[in-house]
Design a protein around this ligand. Sequence first.
Ligand SMILES: *Cc1c(COP(=O)(O)O)cnc(C)c1O
Length: 399
Amino acid sequence: MIRKTRLFTPGPTPLLPAAQFAMAAADTHHRTPEFRALYTRVLSQLKDFICTKSDVVVLSSSGTGAMEASVSNLTSPGDRVLVLSAGKFGERWSALVKNFGCHADVIEVPYGQTFNLDQIKAALKLETRAVFVQATESSTGVRHDIEAIANLLKAESSEALLIVDAITGLGTTHLDMDAWGIDVLIGGSQKAVMIPPGLSYLAVSDRAWDRMEATYNPRYYFDLRKERKNAAKGESAYTLPVALIAALGASLNYIAAQAATPENPEGHLAEGRKMLIDNAITCAAMTRAAATALGLKLFAPAGHEAAATTAILAPEGTDSGVIVKAFKSQFAAIVTDGQAEMKGHLFRIAHIGFFDYMDTIAIIGALEQVIASTKLPLPNFTFGQGLIAAQTLYAEHTK
Ligand SMILES: *Cc1c(COP(=O)(O)O)cnc(C)c1O
């Protein structure tokens, strides 16, 4: 049979066609009224998408650029900070804060787990200036309880800023930046907003803007205060990837339009975002139900699974790379292996952004074929087990 390439990866994710067309048509200079109008609208839509009243800054970089900006702009050498690390992206926070001279306390839990609040409480010092964490750890498929961490910081009257890498959390999990008291919430273009890599964005609280007045780590290209000032005029200090901004606008329109009604055909971004999140939650639940019914084990502990991506353990004695390769060679479906120490042990199917019911049923059907063709040691396997579980779950979820 012919094969259609499909990404099931936690970034880059499948592209929205309307965003691709917008990119192709984006022949605009970045210092013109036309671009300023577009950029101003996109920044305002991003606020609604992130669900915050705080100012949002867009950077020309992959997601890690915004992570670095949050460290360089909000810390000074010698600052004591707390890093919560439970996988490859948590390790990135550790490396970043150390590179900027922070004194890092690190709570490191094994891949596949999440943090215990008592552990965080014990590690939090009076002088802790910032706490760094992922909303969802893409390398393990685990969701961390950001609301509980935010509440703990409040209860402890901590001065620490809460800085959250929500690069795969935004659009897949409910996050209420303003109500919970998150200080920095970070996203990336190649995740839930369905466009190519190249942009990162962050929402920054008033408390964090104030902190920047006093911090003195070096920064130049990623100077958030400079970007904020320019953004207020519909510009960036430097040349923005105009095509990606146009794509982002088209994508946010699409997300809003999910909540369109005959009276309001443009829809509503906050409502559309909720639908996008529920979509990811449903796709993830279908995938987990299917994997379990097929006799496979999930990596994330029950109740802490990220809707961003489902990490499925390869059966004992099987290299997960074989499963990943079979998806590619049989179906041109790109699923990802485990990262770092989990390479060879698990595979990940993502649900971030432009995935729907049809995609989910297709990848589950393909998983059944892969189990059969690679002869995975699942003694009770028969075709249809995964699909029945997913269909049943979908019907119940959408009743
Ligand atoms: C994708 C991702 C990033 C950013 O990675 P880049 O390659 O720099 O875009 C950061 N954190 C998490 C949790 C991610 O999934």
